[in-house]
Design a protein around this ligand. Structure first.
Ligand SMILES: Cc1cc2nc3c(=O)[nH]c(=O)nc-3n(C[C@H](O)[C@H](O)[C@H](O)COP(=O)(O)O)c2cc1C
Length: 253
């Protein structure tokens, strides 16, 4: 039993189960079932207490509930996919990229933005060689904590990282009046979902853990990586329709 704070306790297995059953929900959001202010605040509190490098807390969160704005953002997403798909089709001869816009119907979007000026809290050497990775890792921590909280509350959510690309982030800054010095990181839709998230696979623990020193018997060859990419990574999946091959009525074509 792990003691958290003075009174609250949580079983390790409970926390592990929560993490295990969290999966990206890419379809089935129920638009007409809004989240309460309290639910949103609880999700944001989870982000607020995340660890950050140098306790820089680079994050700010934009909560978007307005239907027109949400759908405008989904339209922007769809628009910016053209380049992305063209690159995949032309160079890789593939269209297997995450293009699901099921989240169009999520009642709440939270945009995570970061202020790189907070990296000044790092020691000089860290600032020189790790400012970028520390900034991103810190934003990632806050994002994941929100997602775990959503799982705890029985809500679906997913990552939308395309928002950080130049076109999309500039358009979002314009649409949402975000100051230019901030950086757009991830967009996370939250909501009740009518379909279970598609479970994703994980490599077995024994394949990734080494005791005392690196176990060369577990070193992966280039072929092992290729097999992994083909069989287990998202390259092996077509989640155009939210993980399944069949579009649901709420998915956007
Ligand atoms: C940094 C990062 C960026 C991601 N970007 C996207 C994204 O843009 N769209 C998407 O559908 N999923 C995105 N994902 C979700 C991953 O594809 C997903 O977590 C992974 O396939 C494992 O599936 P699970 O979340 O269902 O466990 C992202 C995840 C991470 C950590």
């Amino acid at each position: 039993m792990v003691e958290i704070g003075l009174s609250s306790t949580i079983e390790p297995q409970q926390l592990l189960d929560l993490m295990r059953f969290r999966h990206s929900s890419r379809s089935g959001y129920v638009e007409n079932k809004p989240l309460s202010d309290e639910q949103i605040e609880t999700i944001l509190q989870a982000a607020r207490v995340a660890p950050s490098a140098g306790n820089a807390q680079p994050w700010e969160f934009i909560v978007i509930r307005d239907r027109d704005t949400r759908h405008r953002i989904a339209d922007l997403f769809k628009h910016q996919l053209r380049d992305k798909l063209e690159l995949e089709r032309t160079i890789r001869k593939s269209s297997r990229i995450g293009a699901s816009i099921g989240w169009r119907f999520a009642p709440v979007l939270i945009l995570v933005v970061g202020d790189p000026r907070t990296s000044e809290s790092f020691p000089l050497r860290t600032l020189e060689d790790k400012a970028e990775s520390h900034f991103i890792s810190s934003l990632a921590n806050a994002t994941l904590q929100m997602m775990l909280m959503a799982q705890c509350m029985g809500l679906g959510c997913q990552y939308i990282s395309d928002v950080a690309s130049p076109y999309f982030s500039l358009m979002l800054k314009h649409l949402l009046d975000i100051p230019p010095q901030l950086r757009v990181y991830h967009l996370v839709p939250f909501g009740y979902v009518s379909v279970a998230a598609e479970p994703s696979s994980r490599r077995p623990l024994e394949a990734m853990v080494h005791y005392e020193r690196y176990d060369r018997a577990k070193e992966r060859t280039a072929e092992d990586i290729q097999r992994f990419l083909q069989e287990e990574s998202i390259q092996s999946k077509n989640y155009q329709w939210g993980g399944s091959k069949t579009p649901t009525s709420q998915d956007d074509p």
